[in-house]
Design a protein. Structure first.
Length: 347
């Protein structure tokens, strides 16, 4: 199967004649997916040099595009969607196809097979299975197209939405499991959350002694919920979802097997006041901390890498009253800890 290169995206169009028959996907039990409107196709075309991109917008605690800092790591094998299908107005879809066609045909040195493939693709919608991009039905439906999650462009899974663009009448089920819904938006928002780079407070700080309990805590003022809202308003479909991550526990990994954690599991749960652990105060040196570590061996000339991982419970709410839970997520930071021997004096 050949590919036609267009700026920012690879559109698979080889053997077009052999894939005209659309393979039905698993239908949704409830369509439209929300109380949002559908049927008003007065949308301005949105393309980038002929390349269709997702029109989902994000707001809130949004991670900078391309940055891995503060990324939520799902617990288990679940991953946010790598691709999905979104509707496009007739005007927008026509502009996309015609621009792609002109750029491919007029690119110096473009391979003949690429020109042929993009021509076949254009013919499907202009003069073949459809006529003039269904321009006479512009108010009756929309074109549904595959888009990639912008954070997973290099992931092979982002190419799994392999259906060619297809026409869906207003309020009809698109018939593919990856058709955008409030839940898919919530899952995409999960992937975009920026978690705070919270450094655990320790006592003693940075340098501790062998067999001396090190207290660890997170103050409630710096340990807050974070949310991202994903919205899509295109070709008459107006839906959104807000995904919220709530911190629930802190897990301490001392960075060596020569250590004990408090509690023994190393997981410190959220207190009633939304803090974790208990701040150290004078007079507590001989007490056992509710959250902390005791190192049993010196770190010598180096340091131990104490990893503090926060677990976040993730929920979502969306247009039309939809909502529920998403898999828990984790995010960890590492701190250098120097552990020294307690010096004794012989008299």
């Amino acid at each position: 199967m050949h590919s036609v290169a267009t700026p920012g995206r690879i559109l698979v169009t080889g053997a077009v004649a052999g894939v005209l028959a659309m393979i039905p996907g698993t239908a949704f039990a409830d369509w439209p997916p929300s109380a949002g409107t559908q049927g008003d196709t007065r949308q301005s075309a949105h393309s980038d040099a002929g390349t269709l991109v997702s029109q989902v917008t994000y707001s809130g605690s949004v991670r900078p595009r391309g940055s891995n800092s503060g990324t939520v790591q799902p617990v288990g094998d679940w991953t946010p969607p790598a691709c999905w299908y979104e509707p496009r107005s007739v005007a927008e879809f026509k502009k996309y196809v015609e621009t792609m066609y002109e750029e491919t045909i007029n690119t110096p040195g473009q391979a003949n097979y690429a020109k042929s493939a993009v021509g076949q693709f254009r013919d499907i919608y202009k003069d073949g299975k459809y006529k003039d991009y269904n321009g006479d039905k512009a108010d009756e439906g929309a074109w549904w197209v595959a888009v990639q999650n912008p954070d997973r462009l290099d992931d092979p899974a982002s190419m799994e939405c392999g259906e060619l663009p297809f026409w869906v009448a207003n309020n009809d089920d698109p018939g593919v499991p990856q058709a955008v819904t409030p839940r898919i938006l919530a899952e995409a928002a999960y992937n975009s959350i920026q978690l705070p780079d919270t450094k655990v407070t320790l006592a003693p700080r940075d340098i501790t002694k062998v067999n001396l309990p090190t207290w660890a805590w997170l103050d409630k003022a710096t340990f807050k919920d974070v949310s991202v809202t994903a919205s899509l308003d295109v070709a008459g479909l107006n839906i959104s979802a807000t995904t919220t991550a709530k911190p629930v526990s802190l897990t301490l990994d001392p960075g060596t097997s020569d250590a004990e954690t408090y509690p023994a599991s190393g997981e410190c749960r959220l207190n009633d006041d939304d803090s974790i652990g208990e701040p150290y105060a004078k007079g507590k040196a001989t007490k056992t901390p509710p959250c902390g570590i005791k190192y049993l061996r010196s770190s010598g000339d180096g340091t131990y890498k104490l990893r503090a991982t926060i677990t976040w419970a993730v929920t979502w709410t969306g247009t039309g009253g939809a909502g529920g839970d998403l898999p828990d997520g984790t995010f960890g930071t590492t701190q250098d800890i120097t552990v020294q021997e307690i010096q004794s004096v012989n008299r």
